[in-house]
Design a protein around this ligand. Structure first.
Ligand SMILES: *[C@@H]1O[C@H](CO)[C@@H](O)[C@H](O)[C@H]1NC(C)=O
Ligand SMILES: *[C@@H]1O[C@H](CO)[C@@H](O)[C@H](O)[C@H]1NC(C)=O
Length: 148
């Protein structure tokens, strides 16, 4: 009878999803920024958000120590840089403001550089139409309880 009761109680829970800290994956397809964003949102969580020096270190490892570069989730929305993953419940206070620009960047070269790539631990603006590898983020652990 107790087993039966537990199943009934479980059935009362609505779905609850918990997402633990960001984990990154480098995607080897070359896509422009918008296509990369669509791909990430469809298959995982989103294009990578970088919110701390720990994130920078993790990403540097993911890309290896060569000259590789890849899109991240930052873009210029009319003179303010924003993350593709906007929902603030995924950030701690102040984390959306974290930046790690290469010195001299963003330079908006030719006035068409509205998307951001990661290279050698630093960020550079680049034209969104450029096709690059990209970095997506997902949840390292996620717990999903679904009513029976
Ligand atoms: C933000 O994410 C949380 C957790 O997934 C969700 O409950 C909430 O509805 C989202 N808010 C918006 C504005 O999308
Ligand atoms: C990216 O490519 C798609 C076609 O695959 C195109 O529709 C879109 O406008 C391009 N985005 C940019 C920013 O160039």
């Amino acid at each position: 009878h107790i087993g039966f009761l537990l199943i009934l109680l479980t059935a009362r829970l609505c779905s609850l999803s918990l997402c633990f800290p960001r984990e990154y994956h480098v995607v080897e397809y070359e896509k422009n920024w918008t296509d990369a964003q669509t791909y990430c949102r469809h298959h995982y969580k989103d294009l990578a958000t970088i919110a701390s020096q720990e994130d920078v270190t993790m990403l540097s490892h993911a890309l290896g120590n060569c000259q590789r570069h890849a899109w991240i989730g930052l873009y210029n929305d009319i003179n303010s840089w924003r993350w593709s993953l906007e929902n603030t419940s995924y950030y701690n206070e102040g984390e959306t403001e974290f930046r790690r620009w290469k010195s001299g960047e963003p330079n908006d070269y030719s006035r068409i550089e509205d998307c951001v790539k990661f290279r050698q631990g630093k960020w550079w603006d680049d034209p969104c139409s450029k096709k690059l590898h990209f970095i997506l983020q997902y949840c390292r652990y996620s717990l999903l309880l679904i009513g029976v």
